[in-house]
Ligand binder design. Sequence first.
Ligand SMILES: Nc1ncnc2c1ncn2[C@@H]1O[C@H](COP(=O)(O)OP(=O)(O)OP(=O)(O)O)[C@@H](O)[C@H]1O
Length: 362
Amino acid sequence: MAAEIVVEVTKTFPGRKPIRANFRYPVEASTVLILFGPSGSGKTTVLRALAGLEWPEEGTIQFASRIWLDRAAGIAVPPQDRHIGYMAQDYALFPNYSVAGNIAYGLSGLSPADRMQRVKEMAELFRLTGLEDAKPRELSGGQQQRVALARAVAPRPQLLLLDEPLSALDAPTRLQLRGELRGLLKQLAIPSIIVTHDWAEALTLGDVMAVMHEGMILQVGTPQEVFSRPANADVARVVGVETVVQGTLIDAREGLATVRVAELSLTAVAVENVGPDVFVCIRAEDVTLEPIGVRLTSARNHLHGTVGAIASLGALARVTIECGFPLVAVITRSALAELGLTVGAAVRASFKAGSVHLISRQ
Ligand SMILES: Nc1ncnc2c1ncn2[C@@H]1O[C@H](COP(=O)(O)OP(=O)(O)OP(=O)(O)O)[C@@H](O)[C@H]1O
């Protein structure tokens, strides 16, 4: 049987709703698990509990064959014995240490020669060569992020925990480092858990994704599964992107990209550094439904299909259109009635090029 991470914990902060996180998944060398959810849902608390920096009052945490926490049995392995690499959201670099000093921080068990060698390797891997003597304040945000990552992985941890690793960066740097981070994690081959509330990050970085909401894990699956088949209305609301399909970028010119999905051709706003294999992501509220034969919107994409399913979301309805791929729209119940939509009805779905988000699958 494959090694597993098992988390079944309850942590209560005074005056707050308890965080009850239960999940398990098989872990292999380069598996990246995304802990996804809105601010305050409990992601950081779960990550810190795994690191041994937060102590749940009840429950168990198991990593492969090792039990790190078992409240009932009185087992509580301290952080330093878990062999974990942890990177906090603000990086928490030591301001008075150089880059080399920061990277070497967790290497006191090595001989001076081995420590120097490891720092050199890390500097090369994380493109920090030449900056070894610089202090953190002399570095760009992206360089600081790489130092923090280098420090976390230098002791060769058996599990890497990254809390919002890209959130402190400006948008262009974040976009560039997203792809780079995925490559690095695969190269390092250390199982990782990444906290994020950014769905593009979840799709780019994750092999498995756990969705958190109000202290509970609501769904665990591949990112594509979770985004395109949310287990319930809460997950759908949390992830907010209900259509995720695989596509192929076939052309990009004058700011617009043409993407093939199944037998269809869609127009998206072109983005740099993606393709040819992409995830095509469309938020349900960006899809407009119209009667066949009437063109009400100026959107670039118009697809003919039939209604596959209708689910009630209170005042709203979630409508799945079969149009070559399952496309999800969220419309008001009054719009549903006006359009006379029932399962099997013909309908046209429209959405703008700017509503089609392309994310690299490489
Ligand atoms: N040390 C603490 N003392 C009191 N309450 C806390 C503490 N740490 C977290 N909480 C509370 O626990 C809940 C979950 O917080 P947590 O930081 O785990 O959420 P999160 O999903 O990581 O959010 P964010 O993305 O904003 O960091 C919040 O209501 C938060 O206020």
